[in-house]
Write a protein that binds this ligand. Structure first.
Ligand code: UD1
Ligand code: CA
Length: 467
């Protein structure tokens, strides 16, 4: 049984009013097309999947290139029927063709499999995936030969509905299975005599049925899956539906999501059991969170790896970094790309880190910038410490050993090495390496003028009296 899956993705998406091709818009953290390709890949191997590309073909192709699928160019987009005409050569040798729509992203692999199995059982020339919905406006409608029987005589597009047909609530999902040979025997009978002057793939239902071929429809179990995204509001509806589903899946795996309607979690994210996610958190991209963590409100994690027992307090931004077990971050910490924060380490409020390796149990609790730095275990980085990593042209590294104490308000001018167990006095400007166990003082010596303040007050007082 040789099955090809063809994904229609060449259209512009005029109704979106966007410069970006429709299938490149994102919901749930992936583009529409990536969702469809990923579902298809669960049903057939990637080299049996063909995406029809046309509008912004290069970008569309690039967005799913890594999936190993194949592409067919539809240079001019003359309709969904024309798109399938373009795929004739590419699909030669396959017995059946399943057609998916690049703008129907909630479709689950199980539903594609159900359509395939129905098609195989019924042996028709065309099987249409349909659904009964409350608001069928805008969709093609299924005209059945007899109510309750699978046979279909036609699909009628919204603009061509005849009186009475607007009452049909069974819609065309734009997803089909065809016996390939029969499809291509008749596909050139399509005509563009319709309001859009396009070749509609939907017309194949009438053409095949009139030719005496069997055309059937299979009702989708869950109509939500086959909703299309033609406008931004529709797309955001799908985004919400998808994210609710993601949250549900995580909750069923033991994650506590306190207000699932407020969080934004991408479909690519994984979270361990007993982790608590507070309202308005965002977990994006390749983020992986262990068990027993707490992600407090308004924190945004993107491509972040968190081991178990990590606390991310309110309003943190963590990007492309790894946080070790038991670490505590924030509130208001900014962990920029390339950081590794060690076990039980603390990165406190208004602390920014970039390309930093921080050892076990080290703490930078307040108002600090650490960039291009390696910090050993058990260090205390005082409030207001700044690594001066940039000389205007190049970035330089600061290397701090284990058990180092950096006093508050210190500036560490890189390149710099501070040895194990060293102390840096508060408010120092350190420009040279500090050896192990040494104390470095880099600040002007304090001068104390005895009685100065009292004398000044007396002086001011006497002027007031004179005035
Ligand atoms: C289509 C169906 C409609 C169905 C609906 C379900 C037709 C004529 N109508 O309408 O019956 O209810 O889907 O969502 O098919 N595309 C190409 N090349 C083209 C034109 C479109 O690849 O020349 C692609 C688009 O990128 C899109 C898909 O085909 O991914 C569907 O096209 P779209 O214009 O969105 O069709 P609908 O109007 O939604
Ligand atoms: Ca559509």
């Amino acid at each position: 049984m040789q099955i090809a899956i063809v994904i229609l993705a060449a259209g512009k998406g005029t109704r979106l009013k966007s410069k970006r091709a429709k299938v490149l818009h994102q919901i749930g953290g992936k583009t529409l097309l990536q969702h469809v390709v990923d579902a298809a890949s669960q049903v057939v191997p990637p080299h049996d999947i063909f995406a029809i590309v046309g509008h912004q073909a290069e970008n569309v192709q690039a967005s799913v290139q890594s999936r190993g699928i194949r592409f067919v160019l539809q240079e001019q987009q003359c309709g969904t029927g024309h798109a399938l005409q373009c795929a004739e050569r590419a699909t030669r040798g396959y017995e059946h063709v399943i057609v998916l729509s690049g703008d129907v992203p909630l479709l689950r692999p199980e539903t594609i499999i159900a359509l395939r199995d129905f098609h195989m059982q019924e042996h028709p020339a065309m099987t249409i995936l349909s659904a009964n919905v409350d608001h069928p406006e805008g969709y093609g409608r299924i005209v059945r030969k007899h109510p309750g029987k699978p046979e279909v005589t036609a699909i009628v597009e919204q603009k061509s509905l005849r009186s009475g047909q607007e009452k049909i609530h069974e819609i065309n999902s734009g997803i089909y299975a065809f016996r390939r040979e029969t499809l291509y025997d008749f596909i050139n009978d399509l005509s563009d005599e319709n309001p859009h002057k396009e070749l509609y793939l939907t017309d194949m239902a009438r053409i095949l049925s009139r030719a005496g071929e069997r055309v059937v429809a299979m009702n989708a179990a869950d109509p939500v899956e086959i909703l299309g995204a033609n406008t931004i509001p529709e797309m955001m509806d799908l985004d919400r539906a998808m994210r609710m589903e993601i949250a549900r899946r995580l909750m069923l795996n033991g994650v506590v999501i306190q207000r699932p309607g407020t969080v934004v979690i991408d479909s690519t994210v994984d979270v361990g059991p007993d982790t608590i996610i507070e309202p308005y958190a965002q977990l994006l991209g390749a983020t992986r969170i262990g068990s027993n963590c707490r992600i407090r409100s308004f924190s945004v994690l993107e491509d972040a790896i968190l081991d178990d027992h990590v606390t991310v307090r309110q309003s943190c931004v963590i990007t492309n970094s790894h946080i070790g077990p038991g670490a505590i971050l924030g509130p208001f910490a900014h962990v920029r790309p390339g950081c590794f924060i060690g076990e039980n380490a603390h990165v406190g409020n208004f602390v920014e880190t970039k390309q930093v390796r921080m050892g076990k149990g080290s703490k930078a609790n307040h108002l600090t910038y650490l960039g291009d730095a390696e910090i050993g275990a058990g260090c205390n980085i005082g409030a207001g410490t700044i690594t001066c990593n940039y000389d205007g042209q190049l970035k330089h590294r600061t290397v701090i050993g284990d058990g180092v104490f950096i006093g508050s308000d210190s500036t560490l001018v890189a390149p710099l090495v501070i040895g194990n167990g060293a102390y840096v006095a508060a408010a120092s400007c350190i420009t040279e390496d500090v050896p192990e166990d040494a104390l470095a003082l880099g600040r002007p010596q304090q001068t104390v003028k005895q009685g100065w303040a009292a004398r000044r007050r007396a002086q001011l007082e006497s002027r007031k009296v004179a005035g």
